[in-house]
Ligand binder design. Structure first.
Ligand code: M6P
Ligand code: ZN
Length: 196
């Protein structure tokens, strides 16, 4: 029988107590996700920074699991540090992201190519509907820490996003905290859609 438990989550450090697992994503494990390949190589040679960490609380047989994602500040070629981005393998399952500290953007994309942005800041609980790809991006100068809650059977499907990226990029933009711009990887398709 599964027993109830209170889990402490530190909203600044992202520490989960007790935790059942964690992983780290340094820049070297994120090949292909940043648009500027030369800037990616230069940043790697300068020291392979840590981009994000994921800490989880999971119980065998549970229909929910949760944890934190701790995203470090930074940018590659003007594009802010981000997660890989994924659809769920089970297309019927969504997710919730509750931001605890920092500033960021949750970039979402539907199967048919519609893009949406949800601001991530303390107090915002983002609803990620089933079958929307999602990627979180730290647009601030501090760590971005959020709690995620999901069904452990949702799974990750990285294929579509890894091959071509998402249709929008989130970049630094002078006086504004960030700008959401069209990804050049989709330039042909956008022009085609405009003509039809
Ligand atoms: C959140 C959750 C995880 C996900 C992580 C990193 O913590 O959605 O399931 O793994 O973000 O995102 P990604 O796997 O796309 O790199
Ligand atoms: Zn997810």
């Amino acid at each position: 029988m599964l027993l109830p438990e209170g889990v402490h989550i530190d909203g600044v450090s992202g520490a989960v107590t007790p935790e059942t697992g964690r992983y780290r994503k340094p820049l070297s494990e994120l090949a292909g996700i940043f648009h500027d390949k030369a800037a990616y190589q230069a940043a790697l040679q300068a020291g392979d920074p840590l981009v994000y960490e994921v800490v989880e609380y999971r119980k065998d047989g549970g229909d929910l699991f949760f944890g934190t994602t701790i995203m470090h500040p930074g940018a590659i070629g003007g594009e802010y540090f981000m997660t890989r981005g994924h659809f769920h393998a089970d297309r019927t399952m969504g997710e919730v992201y509750y931001t605890q500290s920092g500033q960021g953007v949750l970039l979402l994309e539907s199967r048919d190519g519609r893009s949406e942005v949800v601001e991530m800041k303390p107090g915002i609980c983002a609803f990620i509907p089933p079958d929307w790809a999602h990627r979180s991006i730290n647009t601030g100068r501090d760590k971005l820490v959020f709690v995620w809650i999901c069904n452990p059977r949702a799974g990750h499907d990285y294929g579509a996003i890894l091959s071509k990226g998402m249709r929008k990029l989130v970049v630094a933009d002078g006086a504004k905290p960030y700008a959401v711009v069209d990804s050049p990887a989709f330039a042909g398709e956008t022009a085609e859609r405009a003509r039809s």
